[in-house]
Design a protein around this ligand. Structure first.
Ligand code: NAD
Ligand code: UD1
Length: 338
């Protein structure tokens, strides 16, 4: 299948392009490189041995999109492009709504004008808010988001659902990711956060590599087995494979499909620290700090629906996630600048 991958130079997008090529598809990457390096393209090509056509275009640029659609003639779009820093979204809500929502509206309009009505959208477990029950199934009601980033995901789910409802030619897959970590086994592509990482695993790997002094654990008084927050960490390569499996829901008449992509297993912050230490032999110094605003105690998925419908299941355990995150960080301490 000819697939346009927006945000394909980013963390999850680049891993997905690898898996698409390995599965025999033809991905084309579109990215404005706001949060990515063009070097990613060469590294993906080195992994798969195949060319990756790349277009430096912004999803808000209608003319640029028209040119790409005229040339590529994609049968489907996997839509990763977006801004994703939670704290930044609180400070810059307009920029988040304009980029994520404005950009997606333009993308979807160009898609339909080119007769391409198949889209897989990167959503997030954040749409469940403080979840009504655990493990979280797709039936769990959506909740209140605590930040504009989360609202862009929740609103875009609604927008894409409404567009599909109004025009049955659309096939829309909403994938709700839990916490993607890890990196490709080659150690040549991985997560490359700007500045001090907000998320747990990149923070830990930067402590391990000596760029940061110690981990700050945000609260140990949650109602969880050890008091620290529990999350469903998923290996980014498993997540990427979930997208390849989800392509089967882009056949005529599939309509709207919603899937959690998680492992179904929850680990606490201290579980992650212990597993990282066991996998790498490196001690991670940490202190307990107050809770972080907006955090919830526990969030993990039921991944049964994706297994039943798509035949997809996460295969990597926490040890591989830690080993692979570390291989990437230790061989690229400065990300793609190395
Ligand atoms: P990322 O920042 O590495 O990738 C996003 C890519 O989109 C970047 O390469 C960026 O340059 C590009 N981009 C941003 N705005 C653009 C625009 N206007 N036009 C063209 N390209 C643009 O992030 P990621 O972690 O790979 O996340 C991919 C998607 O998955 C995002 O939509 C994100 O919100 C979503 N998501 C991520 C996580 C996570 O923990 N990483 C969790 C849930 C959902
Ligand atoms: C965060 C985002 C969420 C996004 C998700 C995936 C927030 C409030 N939520 O979720 O919208 O979809 O990432 O990208 O940012 N922790 C520490 N110390 C740290 C960093 C994290 O103790 O330095 C703890 C957190 O309190 C949490 C766990 O580690 O319990 C995971 O945190 P993180 O990686 O930021 O992901 P989420 O908070 O689940």
């Amino acid at each position: 299948m000819r697939i346009l991958v927006t945000g394909g130079a980013g963390f999850i997008g680049s891993h997905t392009v690898v898996e698409l090529q390995e599965a025999g598809h033809e991905p084309f990457v579109l990215d404005n490189l706001y949060n990515a390096s063009e070097k990613v393209i060469g590294r993906v090509e080195a992994i798969t041995g195949k060319k990756v056509p790349f277009y430096k275009v912004d999803i808000r640029d209608r003319e640029g999109l028209n040119r790409v659609f005229d040339e590529v003639k994609p049968e489907a779009v996997i839509h990763f492009a977006g801004l994703k820093a939670v704290g930044e979204s609180v400070r810059m809500p307009w920029e988040y709504y304009e980029n994520n929502i404005g950009g997606t509206l333009t993308l979807v309009d160009v898609m339909r004008q080119h007769g391409c009505k198949n889209i897989i959208f990167s959503s997030s477990a954040t749409v469940y808010g403080d979840p009504a029950f655990i493990p979280i199934t797709e039936e769990c009601p959506k909740g209140q988001c605590t930040n504009p980033y989360g609202w862009t995901k929740s609103m875009l789910e609604q927008i894409l659902s409404d567009i599909q409802k109004a025009d049955q030619e659309w096939n829309v897959v909403l994938l709700r990711y839990f916490n993607p970590i890890g990196a490709h086994k080659s150690g040549t592509i991985g997560e490359n956060p700007n500045g001090i990482p907000n998320n747990l695993m990149p923070y830990i790997t930067q402590v391990a590599v000596g760029k940061l002094e110690k981990l700050h654990v945000f609260g140990n008084d949650y109602d969880t087995p050890d008091g620290t927050g529990v999350r469903d960490y998923i290996h980014v390569v498993d997540l990427a494979k979930g997208h390849v499996c989800a392509l089967k829901k882009l056949t005529p008449g599939s309509g709207l499909s919603i899937y959690n992509l998680g492992t179904g297993v929850g680990y606490s912050v201290l579980d992650i620290v212990k597993n990282f230490e066991a996998a790498t032999g490196i001690t991670i110094p940490y202190v307990i700090d107050p809770r972080r605003a907006g955090d919830i105690a526990t969030c993990y998925s039921s991944a049964d629906k994706a297994h039943e419908d798509l035949g997809w299941k996460a295969e990597n355990g926490i040890r591989e996630m830690c080993e692979d995150a570390w291989r990437w960080q230790s061989s690229n301490p400065n990300g793609y600048d190395d």
